[in-house]
Every structure is written in structure tokens, then in C-alpha cells.
Design a protein around this ligand. Structure first.
Ligand code: ZN
Length: 200
């Protein structure tokens, strides 16, 4: 079957970027009606008035939102490795500020997940890999203290959720009337447990 053979060879040499662009081309040409119906301007605002801080874990992609009943246009989703907050004005806090003051966010959920990879990562192992890839010692020294504070404190995902909720709740840049909830997500079943009920 010469045709199939050629097809497989072509797939092998496609870059990730080419694969994505090919999918995009197909998507745009056959744009599902559900996406055409969205009111582009109105739905820029999260119409459930919700911001979610969660992990960049790949298992959450296309899984967390449906598990929470959240659809396109309904929430701001802020992601980073281990759903962490490392300082009073770092990227997550900045995004939350824009959400609260510019986009009508009224509640925040911090959603961690079981089996989070950050719990098994240490600053030591990360630095070793960085050095092996040619990152200079000077560059590492520049961030080492913050790196240790971030990675070496993250042992238990549930504890991390509690700490991050507390950091957001007590951040002087976030208003007191915004409830901050803490939740844990199971990546295999999609179940959510409450760790901190922000209304209490
Ligand atoms: Zn994670």
C-alpha cells in the first residue's frame, strides 16, 4: 500500500508547529456552530464572575472546566506550575487584580490536584538539569533563593492550596469582599473536594 507508506513518512517529519497549523486550518474551515454563536464582545468578561487559579498539568486540559460545568466565556483561568503564588505582586496576583478590578470577577477558586508533579520536584534537581543544559551559574544564582522558596516548600498539594488561598486572601491588593475558595481535583475521576470554603 504505497499511499499509506508515504502518508506515515510525511507525518513523521511534520514538526509540532506544522501539526498544530494543520489542525487549525481544518478547525477554521469547519468551525463548529457552538463557537460561532458566542457573543465575542460580551463574552470577554467572565459571565459567571469567577477566576480560577490552577495547575498547568496536561491532564487538566479539556477536563477541569467540563468537570466544573464551566464553559467558554464563563471564567478566567489562570494557570502555572503547581498553582502557586510566590510573591505579593507576581503574575498570578496581577492577573487576579485585572480580573477583579477590570473584568468583574467576584469570586476566586484555587484548584490544586492530586499527584501534582511539583510535589516531586526540588530546586536541587531542577538546578542540576539547568546546568546540564548550559544555563549559567550566574543566572541560577539570580533566582536560586526564590526557586528554593517555591519548589522546596511544595510537598503536599493540599497544603499548597491552603497556603495559596491564605496568600490571596491576605494580599492587600485583593479586596476583602472577594471569597477565595480552595479545592482539590482528582485527575482520574474529575471529582472535586472542598479544602477551604471561602464563604466562611
Ligand atoms: Zn500540578
Amino acid at each position: 500500500m504505497p499511499f499509506l507508506k508515504i502518508h506515515f513518512v510525511w507525518r513523521d517529519i511534520m514538526t509540532i508547529l506544522e501539526e498544530v497549523l494543520e489542525s487549525n486550518d481544518h478547525f477554521v474551515k469547519h468551525l463548529p456552530e457552538v463557537y460561532c454563536a458566542i457573543k465575542q464582545h460580551e463574552d470577554k468578561l467572565p459571565n459567571r464572575h469567577l477566576a480560577i487559579v490552577t495547575c498547568m498539568d496536561t491532564r487538566l486540559v479539556d477536563f477541569l472546566e467540563p468537570a466544573l460545568g464551566i464553559r467558554r466565556g464563563e471564567a478566567k483561568i489562570i494557570k502555572n506550575a503547581g498553582n502557586t503564588v510566590t510573591g505579593p505582586f507576581e503574575a498570578t496576583i496581577r492577573s487576579l487584580m485585572v480580573g477583579v478590578f477590570e473584568l468583574g470577577v467576584k469570586e476566586i477558586m484555587v484548584i490544586g490536584h492530586h499527584d501534582c508533579g511539583i510535589a516531586n520536584t526540588t530546586s536541587h534537581s531542577l538546578i542540576e538539569k539547568m546546568l546540564n543544559r548550559g544555563i549559567s551559574k550566574d543566572a541560577i544564582q539570580m533566582i536560586q533563593e526564590e526557586l528554593e522558596r517555591w519548589l522546596d516548600n511544595f510537598k503536599y498539594p493540599i497544603e499548597n492550596v491552603k497556603q495559596v488561598v491564605e496568600k490571596i486572601r491576605t494580599n492587600p491588593l485583593i479586596p476583602n469582599d472577594v471569597p477565595v475558595h480552595g479545592l482539590m481535583f482528582y485527575t482520574h475521576s474529575g471529582k472535586i473536594d472542598i479544602v477551604i470554603d471561602g464563604y466562611k
